[in-house]
Design a protein around this ligand. Structure first.
Ligand SMILES: C[S@@+](CC[C@H](N)C(=O)[O-])C[C@H]1O[C@@H](n2cnc3c(N)ncnc32)[C@H](O)[C@@H]1O
Length: 226
């Protein structure tokens, strides 16, 4: 059984969680660090982030990792998260913008407009259909050669992390909101091989919790605006 939160349930859950989300750093930070190491951020000019939460990653990117001329656009379906992220990113002025989304793949975002598309701990709470939709939009929104960077909860790789995975799944199936709707999932098999070139893929285990780190380069010519 896979119990995925509807967009409305996810919105209510994350409106409630708000800034508590940042306490997940104990198992997320190591994987995010590995993700950033492979995203060639010093060459990035235009970064899009799906499910930006409190803006924690964006703040770090803008303060420490991106060139001064680089711009950031984040979306999130939780109005509370959007307001937290806007407040946190205010010191970056017009380099950063955060907008509320309806939870659907972002079809209204511009075509071939970004050189990075990032998502941290978001795909793991989406249905497979939504993940495929997000990947299709990422492909359309990225310029040729642009990078997709994804990390999130994933399947275990050793006895301890597999036990944690089973326990997490057990909980998620019974009380999805208790774990923010997130369940262990592997995104790599969902990435269309003809549209992407894998740049980096690894599993990172922290405190028994496994995360997948995936960076892929957009292949093919630029998408044409509809
Ligand atoms: C587990 S939190 C991760 C937040 C942040 N990326 C981080 O790593 O701290 C998931 C975030 O994705 C947002 N989210 C969930 N489903 C979404 C969807 N379908 N579209 C956009 N954002 C979504 C939630 O509101 C929440 O802020």
């Amino acid at each position: 059984v896979t119990t995925v939160l509807s967009h409305d349930e996810a919105r209510r859950t994350y409106d409630r969680i708000g800034s508590l989300q940042d306490s997940q750093g104990f198992y997320e930070d190591r994987a995010v660090e590995r993700l950033l190491a492979h995203c060639e951020l010093d060459a990035a000019r235009s970064v899009f982030e799906l499910g930006c939460g409190t803006g924690r990653l964006a703040d770090r990117l803008l303060a420490e990792r991106l060139p001064p001329e680089a711009r950031y656009r984040g979306i999130d379906l939780s109005p509370h998260m959007v307001s937290l992220a806007r407040a946190r990113l205010a010191p970056h002025g017009d380099r950063a913008e955060v907008v509320e989304s309806d939870g659907e793949p972002p079809r209204a975002e511009p075509t071939a407009a970004f050189d990075r598309f990032l998502a941290a701990y978001v795909f793991d709470l989406l249905s497979e259909e939504d993940i495929r939709g997000m990947l299709a939009e990422a492909h359309r929104m990225l310029v040729p050669g642009g990078l997709l960077g994804v990390t999130g909860l994933s399947t275990g790789v050793g006895p301890v992390s597999r036990t944690v995975e089973r326990a997490w799944r057990w909980l998620q199936e019974r009380h999805p909101a208790w774990v923010g709707g997130c369940r262990p999932i592997d995104v790599r098999p969902l990435l269309p091989e003809d549209a992407w070139t894998l740049v980096h893929h690894e599993k990172v285990v922290a405190f028994g919790v496994t995360s997948e780190v995936l960076v892929a380069r957009r292949a093919g010519p630029a998408a044409q605006p509809a």
